[in-house]
Design a protein around this ligand. Structure first.
Ligand code: LAG
Ligand code: CA
Length: 452
């Protein structure tokens, strides 16, 4: 299901948006590995245009691993350090395009020079598609895949030369030990081109998750891309927002019409949706956002990625303190800047919950017809979510073995006794949750990529 399961660690991923390689490495050791995440998705590692906006990461200049987030040596150290902590790195692969034609020429973060149709030693005019206008009609497949996305020079991914060059870049990252790729802007690349690129990799079976923003009525849909990887299911995040914003009693309907569970990447939000003002929740939703994460991690659908970025008011602004060529290291003690969502006890507890209940399905669903739901995960776990403005007290019927359990969601480790009929009584605070699970006493070992 999704990225390969790491023995004892499941497959849950954490998206650390705009975290430098050295800060990711430190966080893998101190927090991410111990918390039980299996993967970290990082921002694009290739050389890109200079500038303080976050989105410079999405304007490649060359495939040298010299970016605002760190050097090649720092990237390599991150991969090794995280691997030693049991965590695989998923790299964000920007291969649909190079820099914006509107940006003209300049020097990248690694010192490479570039111009329109001109990326010395890598690409020239023949490397780009013939269409030189910007995409304006998402109902037109040809345009979406061959013209320029917001002016970004569109690579001729149908040509062998371009496919070879992109594959060489991805193979370089594989040689450094990355565990998988988030494929940026896959909707803008024909699925067959992506399959041809993947077949050129040193490991053609490496995990890929495609970013295809599915939109009803458009000709290009996420399901088209399953030949070379899983696809992110944006509709899941949109549905999650609707339920959390209204009533969650019917939230089991969240997967209606979506990709099959074992092919769908899911998230509460990502770096695009958190700032586009609508569509999904974001950290500014507070407790409801956390409850959305609790549900995603508790419910057996898709391959989940928890998102952790930085606070913002301006959608373009990069990490505060960024220069044109460097982003400051992330720090969870700097709570004015970093959300550090992955350090919240609710999130860490639910990652443990998901790992503990792996392989079970939903049992004993209960809801109050409004905003109070509860369900089991076989005889391994039980979760309660209260998306209402008042505390709720209830006796819940579980399938758990009798015994004492520690609530994985509460920061204080509240304990509950499940009786011999599988029942326990609890009071769950407003916009709160509770999760009990049969947790293995020793954390699982294994590293991403170990034979399972
Ligand atoms: C993606 N997935 O398909 C990324 O997830 C998304 O973050 C990227 O857009 C986009 N596709 C290209 O990889 C981001 C920003 C854009 C930004 C673009 C290129 O959301 O705002 O465009 O990256 O840096 C910016 C300006 C545009 C300008 C363009 C080219 O906002 O006005 O035309 O740069 O100069
Ligand atoms: Ca394209």
């Amino acid at each position: 299901l999704g990225a390969p399961e790491v023995p004892g660690r499941g497959s849950t991923a954490l998206n650390l948006f705009q975290w430098t390689w050295s800060s990711v490495a430190a966080e893998c050791t101190s927090t991410i590995g111990p918390a039980g995440f299996a993967y970290v998705q990082v921002s694009p590692p290739q050389e890109h245009i200079q500038g303080t906006a976050w989105w410079t990461s999405y304007q490649p200049v060359s495939y040298r691993l010299e970016s605002k987030l760190g050097t090649r040596a720092e990237f390599k150290n991150m991969v090794d350090t995280c691997r030693a902590a049991g965590v695989g790195i998923i790299a964000d692969a920007v291969i649909n395009h190079m820099t914006g034609a509107d940006a003209g020429s300049g020097t990248g973060t690694g010192g490479s020079t570039f111009g329109v149709d001109n990326f010395p030693g890598i690409y020239d005019a023949s490397s780009f598609n013939d269409c030189r206008s910007n995409i304006s009609n998402y109902g037109d497949r040809y345009q979406v895949q061959n013209c320029r996305l917001v002016s970004l020079q569109d690579l001729r991914t149908g040509s062998n030369a371009v496919r070879d060059r992109i594959a060489a870049y991805l193979n370089d990252l594989l040689s450094l030990g990355v565990a998988g790729f988030r494929m940026d802007a896959s909707k803008h690349i024909p699925a067959a081109d992506l399959e041809a690129i993947k077949s050129r990799l040193s490991n053609p079976n490496v995990f890929w998750v495609h970013e295809v923003i599915g939109s009803a009525g458009e000709p290009i849909q996420p399901s088209e891309y399953l030949g070379s990887g899983d696809s992110h299911e944006f509709q899941y995040a949109r549905n999650l927002k609707s339920y959390m914003d209204g009533s969650i009693a019917g939230i089991r309907g969240i997967t209606n019409g979506l990709l099959p569970s074992d092919r769908a990447g899911v998230f509460v939000d990502n770096h695009d949706t958190e700032r586009d003002g609508h569509g999904t929740m974001n950290y500014q939703w507070g407790q409801k956002y956390i409850l959305g994460n609790v549900f995603m991690l508790a419910y057996p659908y898709g391959w989940p990625t928890v998102y952790s970025g930085y606070k913002f008011t301006d959608r373009d602004a990069g990490v505060p303190g960024s220069t044109a060529t460097r982003v400051p290291d992330a720090s969870c003690s700097n709570t004015a800047v970093w959300t550090c969502m992955h350090r919240k006890p609710e999130i860490q507890g639910m990652v443990k919950f998901r790992n503990a209940v792996s392989g079970t399905s939903v049992t004993s669903w209960w809801d109050d017809g409004n905003n109070h739901i509860a369900f089991g995960r076989g005889d391994k776990g039980y979760v309660v979510i209260n998306n209402g403005a008042n505390a709720v007290t209830r006796t819940y019927q579980t399938s758990l073995p009798a015994g004492e359990y520690t609530d994985l969601v509460s920061a204080t480790g509240t304990r509950y006794t499940v009786d011999s009929s599988g029942r326990f009584t609890a009071t769950v605070p407003q916009y709160g949750a509770l999760a009990l699970a049969v947790v293995a006493s020793t954390p699982g070992g294994g590293e991403p990529g170990d034979p399972g």
